[in-house]
Design a binder for this molecule. Structure first.
Ligand code: NAG
Ligand code: NAG
Ligand code: NAG
Ligand code: NAG
Ligand code: NAG
Length: 676
């Protein structure tokens, strides 16, 4: 840098000399003059770098306040006479999801634009694989997620048709979530898949951050990629194979006048949830534009790839603090992988931040895992206050790491005049994309057809040798299977081979495959699907992928208002009593929820406040018929309470017996609860 600066200065000097040649000779600049010039240039570059960093920060801050971390858009394929015909975050499918069920573990997912903590980026066609962070692994190391087992009662059946029938019963049980019918829970395993992003320091060599059998970034270096993206953005053209991603770079500091550059990168990665996740927790979201343009009901959309969900374990609409999704994200390690053990020291009090999700109250939060809520000690007072990462970003999940490849930032922070810390941190962000149930079809192989692995080999080549293309006869049937010819499910398992087709799908309906004895069997593909084809025995289609990605625009002020408006317009009767003018003279339908309020507490801190408890009709019925219920109150003044409540028929009132496990609430709420 210094040398090139000197060169530039010399060159400038030379040109000015050449220009002034006709006049009398001017003396060559002295070393002192050159030094002064260089100092001036250095301070100019210094000022410019600082200004560029300010401009980047401004841009990020602007995007951060425009909406939450989440998905912004997918590629546009549809338009119409009104805006609602256009694709937003739903294209052919939610987030352009589709099937590559002929691959053993490829998950079909198109391109999208996403925002993570104010960083906007555009992905290549994703088609990621079912991989999880490697236990005790190094930076970005992953391993395959094991396939679930085949239920023993399927394997015990004597014949393949009997196995097919028994497997259909497992899918019926999973569809109905009926564990009495068949206990499917050990064989249908939920995995949470997230998009994880971070600023990395490997700015020269292009790193493919995650594997895809189908797509790779089509560029040789970050610079090459940026040039290609700039060209496609300028002209509006498309990489036919959808292999470009737009991943920004930024200056994050300077050293001796040289700007330090960081490169944004992302990956898609999954993690087994390790517990049963009832499908009733998926609350369908109403994406009205898609629904109106197709003229479909919510129920019809639910059976299509366009359905989008949110995890809601409460079976009603309510405000929340720390939810099941937080618990699931908390199992996800950041870039230090499983085994991460990091803390975040809160500068104001010089103590580590605490975990909201765990009791006792003062358990230190392991910030090596993804979280958005945390607790801090109250300054100079008893108790804790609950905070959320970011300023106004509902979906900002952060995990700390100590990876040298990740951009560090440091700041000096002082709790008072004498106690200062130089805090340096490296972080990554994650947003949930979807939950995928892996099914026993991934490991079920009733005809014992050969599987020749994931790497090219002569055996793998034999699968398609001599023009074998899956015909239903000995000469053209596939000779066994491999990772991208993964057809092991007897075609009879399905009532029809038909699936909702998408031009990105790659599996054929049913194909011929030779078993080890050389007999031909008609087989269907066994990989991951959004919705299965219609399963025989009247089971029908079963959904195995539940997209739960957040939407960037939902985090803006208008997104928040629009969500309220949609809820009110779609349930006019339910909300008739809060309309300014009740619609069509509708009588308010009395909502079945019952709300109870705690008496205000005056203790300071935390200051005067009260809490509300929302009961479902069923909970209320249980309460008034004599049950004690454990209930969580609404969040106010930085906390909520866990109450054991009961109804006293003599006093005709509701009371709490214990509050956070104590006879009295720590902040002094009285025992009686009132209808609210
Ligand atoms: C669950 O399965 C059992 C056994 O097949 C059946 O008797 C019962 O009716 C099913 N329950 C529901 C809610 O479908
Ligand atoms: C681009 O994606 C296609 C799949 O659509 C794949 O076959 C091809 O290998 C990729 N090209 C590069 C250079 O990665
Ligand atoms: C994390 O490290 C602390 C000490 O720094 C230790 O007390 C704690 O047991 C560790 N936790 C885990 C899960 O390893
Ligand atoms: C803090 O420490 C880092 C190295 O750990 C150093 O690069 C940075 O300059 C320090 N910052 C301040 C404000 O002291
Ligand atoms: C099928 O492939 C195997 C090798 O995996 C080979 O031994 C066998 O002869 C092939 N069968 C036919 C019918 O080509």
């Amino acid at each position: 840098m210094k040398i090139s600066l000197l060169l530039a200065v010399c060159l400038a000097g030379f040109i000015s000399m050449a220009k002034s040649a006709p006049r009398a000779q001017t003396p060559a600049p002295t070393l002192a003059e050159l030094n002064a010039k260089q100092k001036q240039l250095e301070s100019t570059i210094d000022a410019m770098t600082t200004q560029i960093m300010q401009a980047q920060l401004f841009l990020e801050e602007r995007i951060r306040s425009d909406g939450s971390s989440g998905i912004k858009a997918v590629r546009l394929y549809h338009e119409g006479t009104s805006a609602f015909y256009e694709d937003n975050h739903i294209g052919n499918g939610a987030l352009s999801m589709h099937d590559h069920a002929n691959y053993d573990r490829t998950v079909g997912l198109g391109e999208f634009v996403a925002v993570m903590n104010g960083v906007e980026f555009r992905t290549r066609h994703n088609d990621y694989k079912l991989r999880m962070p490697l236990k005790h692994g190094k930076y970005h190391e992953t391993e395959y997620i094991p396939f679930p087992d085949v239920p023993p009662s399927v394997l015990r059946q004597g014949t393949v048709p009997k196995q097919v029938e028994e497997m259909q019963e497992y899918f019926r049980a999973f569809r109905d979530q009926n564990v009495t019918h068949r206990d499917y829970r050990d064989y249908f395993k939920a995995n949470l898949c997230v998009a994880e992003g971070s600023w990395t320091l490997s700015t020269n060599t292009l790193n493919e951050p995650f594997q895809s059998d189908r797509h790779h970034i089509d560029a040789t270096s970050w610079q090459d990629l940026q040039d290609k993206v700039r060209f496609t953005s300028y002209t509006g053209t498309k990489s036919r194979l959808e292999n470009f991603s737009w991943l920004p770079t930024k200056f994050y500091g300077q050293e001796n006048g040289v700007p330090k550059v960081a490169q944004w990168n992302y990956r898609i990665i999954c993690n087994p949830i390790g517990r049963n996740l009832p499908t009733s927790y998926f609350q369908q979201q109403d994406d009205l534009a898609h629904r109106l343009s197709r003229g479909r009901t919510l129920e019809e959309i639910k059976k299509s790839r366009a359905a989008r969900f949110k995890l809601n374990e409460f079976s009603m609409q309510r405000s929340t603090v720390y939810t099941l999704l937080d618990q699931l994200m908390a199992q996800f390690p950041g870039l230090n992988n499983f085994g991460a053990n990091l803390t975040d020291i809160f500068p104001d009090t010089n103590t580590a931040v605490k975990d909201v999700g765990q009791l006792p109250d003062n358990k230190v939060l392991n910030t090596g895992y993804y979280h958005r809520w945390f607790k801090t000690d109250r300054d100079g007072a008893m108790g804790l206050s609950v905070s959320h990462r970011g300023y106004n970003d509902k979906n900002l999940w952060v995990a700390f790491n100590t990876q040298p490849n990740v951009m560090p930032l440091s700041a000096k922070s002082c709790s008072d005049k004498w106690h200062c810390l130089n805090v340096s941190q490296r972080v990554s962000y994650a947003i949930p994309l979807e939950i995928i149930y892996m099914t026993p079809l991934l490991s079920w192989n009733p005809h014992h057809v050969a599987y020749t692995g994931t790497t090219p080999s002569p055996q793998a080549a034999a699968v398609t040798a001599n023009g074998r293309n899956g015909g239903i006869d000995k000469h053209t049937a596939y000779n066994g299977t491999h990772k991208s010819i993964f057809y092991r499910t007897p075609a009879d398992f399905y009532a029809t081979g038909k699936v909702e087709a998408d031009k990105a799908d790659t599996a054929k309906g049913s194909v011929g495959v030779l078993d080890k004895q050389g007999n031909v069997h008609s087989m269907a593909s066994s990989g991951v699907r959004v919705l299965t084809p219609s399963i025989g025995g009247n089971v029908g289609q079963v959904r195995t992928r539940y997209p739960i990605f957040p939407v960037h625009a939902e985090g803006s002020s208008s997104g928040v208002e629009l969500s309220a408006l949609k809820e009110m317009v779609m349930h006019m009767r339910k909300y008739a009593d809060i309309y300014e003018t009740p619609p069509l003279n509708m009588e308010p339908q009395h909502t079945d929820e019952v709300k109870l309020a705690m008496r205000p507490a005056n203790k300071d801190p935390p200051g005067r406040h009260f809490h509300v408890i929302t009961l479902t009709p069923e909970q209320h019925r249980q309460l008034v018929t004599g049950s004690q219920l454990t209930l969580t109150t609404s969040f106010a003044a930085g906390h909520s309470h866990k109450l054991v409540a009961f109804y006293d028929p003599h006093r005709q009132g509701y009371f709490y017996r214990t509050c956070d496990g104590q006879p009295n609430c720590w902040d002094g709420h009285q025992h009686n609860l009132e209808r609210y």
